[in-house]
Design a protein around this ligand. Structure first.
Ligand SMILES: Nc1ncnc2c1ncn2[C@@H]1O[C@H](COP(=O)(O)OP(=O)(O)OP(=O)(O)O)[C@@H](O)[C@H]1O
Ligand SMILES: O=C(O)c1ccc[n+]([C@@H]2O[C@H](COP(=O)([O-])O)[C@@H](O)[C@H]2O)c1
Length: 213
């Protein structure tokens, strides 16, 4: 199973997340994508961050009828830094091939992440162009190191077994949507988010069994 991992605050999830995920799945030939709804981005302030349950619920709303599984795996396994999460997922799902997905805004900050080279050595990375961030991303300190590992999307898609580091740059019709704009227009979105707790499909299976696929 080729699986894309999109980590994020999802504060809240929006149509841009869904659209870039579906585009990336098509471009990279992925079977499914998991959205890792973060317990708290280590570089973002806690202030203004809606509860995890509300953010996860918004992710379920946006992922409807798509091969996208919103999860709270990091809260479940107790990781917060991406390098720890990705290593844990590779251990738990040894037969899966994972690729880390992120927008260009995150590439421009990537050198500030804990052991970012370790992230890149754990699995391939695909970066999705984002309006307003692409120039900074291309000029970023992480890109200076990562660019030697660049692989065209078309050849990545046809590779049987992936290796890392590998960097794929994806450029689609750019999507200007952002959670910041949504919060600005609707600061109380989370307080109206209610209902049954969502079932976290991947976490559920992770607790039940060791998947082995
Ligand atoms: N419109 C978009 N185009 C490309 N990538 C995006 C887009 N929106 C979100 N992403 C990417 O999706 C992941 C999760 O994003 P996140 O949940 O932080 O949403 P956001 O819209 O960037 O939020 P905020 O505005 O609060 O920073 C990140 O890797 C981010 O770069
Ligand atoms: O590991 C780190 O040091 C690190 C620093 C900043 C962000 N991240 C991860 O990057 C992903 C995107 O975060 P965000 O808030 O931009 O949606 C999310 O999975 C975060 O946990 C990870």
């Amino acid at each position: 199973m080729k699986t894309g991992l999109l980590g994020g605050s999802f504060n809240p999830a929006h149509g841009g997340h869904r659209r870039i995920t579906l585009f990336a799945m098509e471009a990279l030939g992925l079977d499914e994508a998991w959205w890792l709804v973060s317990p708290g981005n280590p570089l973002k302030p806690r202030k203004g961050m809606a509860p995890l349950a509300a953010r996860l619920r918004s992710a379920h709303d946006q992922a409807r009828r798509a091969p996208i599984r919103p999860t709270a795996i990091e809260a479940q396994i107790g990781t917060r830094y991406t390098v720890d999460t990705l290593k844990a997922l590779k251990r738990r799902y040894p037969m899966r091939q994972f690729v880390w997905l992120m927008g260009a805004d995150n590439l421009s900050q990537f050198h500030r992440w804990r052991d970012w080279r370790g992230v890149a050595r754990t699995m391939p990375i695909a970066v999705i162009a984002r309006p307003g961030y692409d120039d900074d991303a291309m000029a970023s300190p992480a890109m200076a190191w990562l660019r030697r590992y660049r692989v065209p999307a078309a050849s990545f898609k046809t590779r049987g077994r992936w290796s890392a580091p590998a960097l794929v740059l994806l450029r689609f019709d750019p999507d200007p949507r952002s959670a910041t704009a949504i919060r600005r227009a609707d600061p109380d979105w989370a307080s109206r988010s209610s209902g049954q707790p969502v079932r976290d499909a991947v976490t559920h299976r992770l607790i039940q069994t060791s998947e082995g696929t």
